[in-house]
Write a protein that binds this ligand. Sequence first.
Ligand code: RP5
Length: 151
Amino acid sequence: MGSRSDWETMREASSVLAALGVAHECKVVSAHRTPDRLVSYAKNAVDRGLKCIIAGAGGAAHLPGMVASMTRLPVLGVPVQSKALDGMDSLLSIVQMPGGIPVGTLAIGKAGATNAGLLAAAMLATSDPELAGRLDAWRAAQTESVSESPE
Ligand code: RP5
């Protein structure tokens, strides 16, 4: 994530990954304030054995796109809800990538962070049957928890 202030949103991705037993790390890497850290993180990601990167940022949210420019790993972008423009700035700056450098963009805010975690798990589950089983169980439990009655 681009800032510690993004953690309240991005912890939703971490929580769902933890619930599914997916090993992960959470780091603050700012495209603007720590550009050298960004380059190092993105360029070393493959060699470090990472499989997917979830990048959450707000405002002029260049982090996901810049990460994607420096690694072939799948990058999922989470637009963090900004104070000034409610996250529309984040969304548009993440989703409008030029052809050739993809970022899979999720919804603004906590729903997007949750779904980024689930989507990363779903991608990993295509080659991990045990994770696939845990993801199926998580989805079944969610379905089970939805009451038919509104009260
Ligand atoms: C972005 O600027 C971060 O991703 C964050 O969403 C936003 C504001 O950062 P802070 O000023 O709260 O550190 O780089």
